[in-house]
Write a protein that binds this ligand. Structure first.
Ligand code: NDP
Length: 328
């Protein structure tokens, strides 16, 4: 029998965790034939709630769930892990400045990066979902000098999925008819969903829609502000879709992109498309054998250039802020 894949999840007692753990345990990540062991990290006050979640995991009697360990010490929980899904983060509180938020998250992601560096398995792959995700990933990566930097990523797959869903609704196509979607930049309100390379049944989406005003004033803001719209409607954040996108991201990383298509992932820039080297920014990527590569050679028109640059500038500002705080 195969030995279990060890998957760490932080913030495991939170809203996203409550959706995510059951999907992983039921085999959504690696399939029904691969056992998984869950390593669940929480802050000390949340451990009791986490015990309750583990009771429910037990009660599901998942055939693929080979074991569960919980704790508040990252050097124990991350020991030997193959995948780390870093979901727990410090939310922005009332009156909290961006600097305070970055500092509070540095206090979480710097020690987690160090712990991963020390104890994770050699093939470790790290996905940051907790916000500000791109900069939290940069902090973790910078504190893990022995882990290859391409093993760190941040989630823009939810934005990617939202962009596909909104385009499908507009064109009457099925989501499976849509390929080559790209989110560029930061997982924030400045993100840029790009329809100039997306295809609907093989046809260029921007040409098909042929309405720049809709693109600029309806499509892009609808995708970028979808999280707020869900909070308005549901009275709670979009935790289930964030969990689902986290699964999609990790599964693509493990299993690869379909032939002839790509996905959006926030990864360390090598300078492609004018994104300064070292920033964790969202790009179109293909994945093969567990390694991603940024899709090269796409034409970037003026409309896209302005928006990519604005989002990348925000990432640079966040990087400068955490550098100023000594976190990277
Ligand atoms: P959620 O599980 O709802 O969210 C967790 C993080 O994911 C937040 O940073 C949130 O950002 C982010 N996120 C990214 N995309 C989305 C999305 N589409 N919708 C909602 N959130 C998104 O938060 P909870 O407060 O329910 O749970 C967080 C848990 O993390 C708590 O149990 C807390 O104890 C734990 N925690 C654990 C740590 C650790 O393991 N060391 C450290 C810090 C916290 P945003 O705030 O912007 O919505």
């Amino acid at each position: 029998s195969t030995s279990p894949v060890k998957v760490a999840v932080t913030g495991a007692a939170g809203q996203i965790g409550y959706s995510l753990l059951f999907r992983i345990a039921s085999g959504s990540l690696f399939g029904a034939d691969t056992p998984v062991e869950l390593r669940l990290l929480e802050i000390t006050p949340a451990l009791k709630a986490l015990e309750g979640v583990v009771m429910e995991l037990d009660d599901c009697a998942f055939p693929t769930l080979a074991g569960v360990e919980i704790g508040d010490d990252p050097t124990k929980i991350f020991d030997g892990v193959n995948f780390a899904l870093l979901v727990g983060a410090r939310p922005r509180g009332p009156g909290m400045e961006r600097g305070d938020l970055l500092e509070a998250n540095g206090g979480i992601f710097a020690p987690q990066g160090k712990a991963l560096n020390e104890v994770a398995a050699d093939d470790i792959r790290v996905t940051v979902t907790g916000n500000p995700a791109n900069t939290n990933a940069l902090i973790a990566m910078s504190n893990a000098p022995d882990i290859p930097s391409e093993r760190f990523s941040a989630l823009t797959r939810l934005d990617h999925n939202r962009a596909i869903s909104q385009l499908a609704a507009k064109t009457g196509a099925a989501v499976t008819d849509i390929t080559h979607m790209t989110i560029w930049g930061n997982h924030s309100a400045t993100q840029y969903p790009d329809l100039f390379h997306a295809l609907v049944k093989g046809q260029n989406a921007a040409e098909l829609i042929n309405d720049e005003d809709w693109l600029a004033n309806t499509y892009i803001p609808t995708v970028a502000k979808r999280g707020a719209a869900i909070i308005d409607a549901r009275g709670a954040s979009s935790a289930a879709s964030a969990a689902s996108a986290t699964i999609d991201h990790a599964r693509t990383w493990a299993q690869g992109t379909p032939e002839g298509d790509w996905v959006s992932m926030s990864v360390r820039s090598d300078g492609s498309y004018g994104v300064p080297e070292g920033l964790i920014s969202s790009f179109p990527v293909t994945v093969e054998n567990g390694d991603w590569s940024i899709v090269q050679g796409l034409d970037i028109n003026e409309f896209s250039r302005t928006r990519i640059d604005a989002s990348v500038k925000e990432l640079g500002d966040e990087r400068d802020a955490v550098k100023g705080l000594g976190l990277i």
